[in-house]
Write a protein that binds this ligand. Structure first.
Ligand code: HAM
Length: 433
């Protein structure tokens, strides 16, 4: 029983503690992220978790700012926010040095982010998010590169094409559609929000909410949103002789992706993505597994965000991929590697008088590149070995008088039970194999 006045050992609601086995999974995920994005020439940047609250007010969207940020007053009466996303930060950094930086910039980061959400599967109050962004390229080649990086990450994790689908939309298509329906700016804004929520509400509520806002125009809206062919036809007709540029741009992107091997894409005109700063192509990767049928991650084009800081518009395209949804995806599909600690060797002793010898042995093995822990417990040998076993350390050596005299040691492989007797100089070779 816990004594009175003891603090709770639970972490704060909605955030996680990372015990070594959790850390192993996280490092694995981060490792795959880094490997793929660096292979495309993306450079890592970083920034503080603290940002002035005003950074999010203009462009992140009402829901994030009013309901989801951790904002507080600092001792100097300034409003400070724990960053809920990285995009405004990176836009600030790029705008701040736009004269010195050489474009196009390919940048990535893996920040810890904070959102005051109702904790649930895939949604916590803290997560880590890979951000991959390209600045300075206006054409669809950048969109295709970023989406293909997203695809390659899934591929590196061991996902097959049928395990996920990449939904693609263009916000400008919707703008054209709203113009076609002659919606006013207020209606446009509200209808966009309803479309954004479409998959979270029932068709009846979706229809009723639209009716309330735009009356009978809802019938044509729903009709066009439910058929890509009809939608593109209508927009092309409205645009006149050359057809709709935006429709063309969107279809071309999907074709380009297909030509570079990314074929699990689908045009989804109802895909909005919440943030106000997106103003072109948006995309979102969805899990197709019935036990985890949800959005995994997404991003899009945001050409005007640097406008917040300077007169220069720097075109940008990027995405954010969270570690929580990535881990759920990998778990459901059994794609996570088995836990292995970084420690490779545990050296036990037959008595404290051998500790000095063990220590100097460990030192020389560390110099040879091994990660070595030594037992300091004075416990029985069997218990020392059990410690190594419980920590999944793959190799064990026990040191007593014989070993010290002969300078020969039995290296035990804990998984197979096999033992090899070797000289000190040979130990690293046996273990590294
Ligand atoms: P977002 O869709 O808000 O976009 O977040 C991207 C991803 O981060 C989500 O799809 C999910 O994987 C993860 N994520 C977000 N919130 C949570 C949460 N509360 N708990 C767990 N995971 C979460 C953005 O943040 C954009 N700034 C991404 C971006 C970068 N767009 C362009 N560049």
């Amino acid at each position: 029983m816990k004594g009175k006045n003891k603090l709770d050992t639970e972490s704060y609601k909605g955030v996680r503690d990372f015990y070594p086995e959790n850390m192993f999974v996280q490092n694995y995920i981060f490792g795959v992220w880094r490997e793929v994005v660096e292979s495309f020439g993306y450079l890592e940047y970083g920034a503080s978790v603290l940002e002035p609250a005003e950074l999010y007010v203009a462009k992140s969207g009402e829901e994030i700012v009013n309901e989801q940020t951790y904002t507080f007053k600092d001792r100097g009466d300034r409003d400070v926010t724990l960053r809920p996303e990285m995009t405004p930060t990176v836009a600030r950094m790029v705008a701040g040095k736009s004269n010195e930086l050489s474009f196009p910039l390919r940048w990535y980061s893996i920040p810890n982010l904070f959102r005051y959400e109702k904790p649930q599967r895939g949604r916590l109050r803290e997560h880590w998010q890979l951000n991959v962004d390209i600045f300075g390229v206006e054409n669809g080649e950048a969109d295709a590169e970023i989406i293909s990086i997203a695809y390659q990450i899934m591929n590196k994790f061991g996902a097959k094409d049928e395990d996920f689908v990449i939904k693609i939309n263009n916000r400008k298509l919707l703008e054209e559609l709203f113009t076609h329906l002659k919606l006013d700016p207020e209606q446009t804004k509200k209808v966009s929000k309803i479309i954004d929520k479409k998959d979270k509400i029932s068709p009846a509520i979706f229809e009723a909410s639209l009716f309330e806002l735009i009356g009978d125009k809802k019938t044509e809206l729903i009709d066009l949103l439910s058929s890509n062919e009809k939608l593109l036809d209508t927009l092309n007709k409205n645009a006149g002789e050359n057809g709709s540029q935006n429709a063309k741009e969107t279809v071309e992107l999907i074709e380009k992706l297909s030509s570079i091997g990314v074929t699990n894409t689908v045009l989804s005109p109802t895909l909005m993505r919440g943030f106000d700063y997106y103003n072109g192509i948006v995309f979102e990767v969805f899990d197709t597994h019935s036990d985890n049928n949800r959005s995994l991650f997404g991003g899009g084009r945001y050409n005007n965000l640097t406008e917040l800081f300077s007169d220069k518009d720097i075109p940008a395209f990027g995405f954010g991929m969270g570690d929580v949804t990535a881990k759920d995806f990998l778990e459901v599909r059994n794609l996570l590697p088995r836990y292995r600690p970084q420690t490779q060797l545990y050296i036990c002793n037959l008595g404290p008088e051998f500790l000095n010898h063990v220590r100097s042995m460990a030192d020389s093995l560390r110099k040879a590149g091994l990660n070595v822990a030594i037992d300091l417990s004075n416990k029985k040998l069997g218990d020392q070995i059990k410690t190594a076993d419980r920590q999944y350390i793959p190799y064990v050596i026990c040191v007593g008088e014989n070993e010290v005299k002969s300078n020969t040691y039995s290296v035990k492989d804990m998984q197979s039970g096999e033992e090899k007797r070797v000289k000190l100089e040979e130990i690293a070779g046996v273990i590294k194999r």
